[in-house]
Design a protein around this ligand. Structure first.
Ligand SMILES: [Zn+2]
Ligand SMILES: [Zn+2]
Length: 323
């Protein structure tokens, strides 16, 4: 009898352990939400076969049932005009992300707010930014400070991030990015005023949007001042490990030499990158060099243009000029 009981226990214990282990495993898998729907549409960049091209960047992110504006272009009217030409209604957008302080990403904000808030009082009511965006810059006025004050007076809220944050389920902000690798993707002449004197302005606030999908992460970058590879490392180190299959936006490789492009392409490959829309300051030649180095094609790696799209179900729909 005792033998039978021991036998029964020895069957029960491992089985219950297996169940417990499976439950833990499922919990780990479920810990991160992935989105079902995602569409990214370019609204400001240099190249345009429809709408207006300019030195600047903006994109509309439609994710599950949310609309988010990522950057606002350079000139006051570009994004408004391009959205109208593309028959996109921006008045439902309540959340704006500003990748950094530069005018080619923030220039459209005030006009967009004044026009869209007439239709929807809640339009563009929350502005998400990285810590350091309001820092005093040496020898130039940081226009974002005056912009903030004007918008705050209209009831707009600025939310500042000093680290990664899940904004909506599966939709993340990187927060300021550690500069692990020396990707010097900025002008190099600017200085920030601190209580200990002047320090180099490496645009410390630069942040990116990251969307977690079943296929992998989708990265949307404004000017890439933190470096595309630093940003990818940051995603895996601070959000969670996983493939970064798609990168969209400005990656500031316009002045990169062949050696740096080869290093960048190899790193991109190691992160599992298969789709790239290189808009704004990525550089046309840099985009084609990376496409060649990654043995990719015109369906998966294109120069960004106004109105082009990325959809997680159908992939990249390049603009006519960038087919
Ligand atoms: Zn910039
Ligand atoms: Zn820029």
């Amino acid at each position: 009898m005792l033998k039978i009981i021991i036998l029964c226990i020895s069957f029960i214990i491992p089985t219950s352990l297996v169940f417990a282990h499976e439950a833990d495993h499922n919990k780990t898998k479920k810990q991160y939400h992935t989105v079902d729907k995602l569409k990214v549409t370019t609204l400001s960049t240099m190249l345009a076969s429809r709408g207006i091209g300019e030195w600047g960047y903006a994109a509309l992110i439609e994710v599950d049932n949310k609309k988010i504006l990522f950057d606002t272009g350079n000139r006051p009217d570009t994004v408004l005009q391009n959205a109208e030409d593309l028959k996109i209604d921006l008045s439902e957008v309540e959340d704006v992300i500003l990748s950094h302080n530069h005018g080619d990403h923030t220039g459209g904000l005030l006009k967009l707010h004044s026009v869209l808030s007439l239709k929807n009082p809640n339009a563009l009511k929350r502005i998400h930014v990285g810590k350091g965006i309001f820092s005093k810059r040496h020898n130039r006025s940081n226009h974002i400070i005056a912009l903030r004050d004007k918008l705050k007076a209209k009831g707009v809220e600025f939310i500042i991030y000093d680290k990664q944050q899940e904004l909506f389920p599966g939709v993340w902000l990187t927060g300021p990015v550690e500069r692990i690798h020396s990707e010097r993707n900025w002008g190099g002449n600017g200085k920030i005023v601190t209580s200990n004197g002047l320090i180099e302005d490496n645009i410390p606030e630069d942040l990116s949007l990251v969307v977690d999908t079943k296929q992998g992460f989708v990265l949307v970058s404004g000017c890439g001042h933190a470096g595309v590879i630093n940003t990818m490392e940051h995603i895996n180190n601070h959000i969670h490990p996983g493939k970064i299959t798609t990168a969209i936006g400005g990656f500031h490789l316009v002045s990169a030499n062949d050696e740096h492009l080869a290093w960048t392409a190899a790193k991109m490959q190691s992160f599992g990158l298969t789709n790239l829309i290189g808009a704004h300051c990525t550089g046309v030649d840099a985009l084609y060099s990376i496409r060649t180095l990654l043995k990719s094609d015109r369906k998966h790696m294109v120069v960004g243009s106004v109105g082009d799209q990325f959809d997680i179900k159908s992939g990249i729909k390049a603009g006519y000029i960038a087919h």
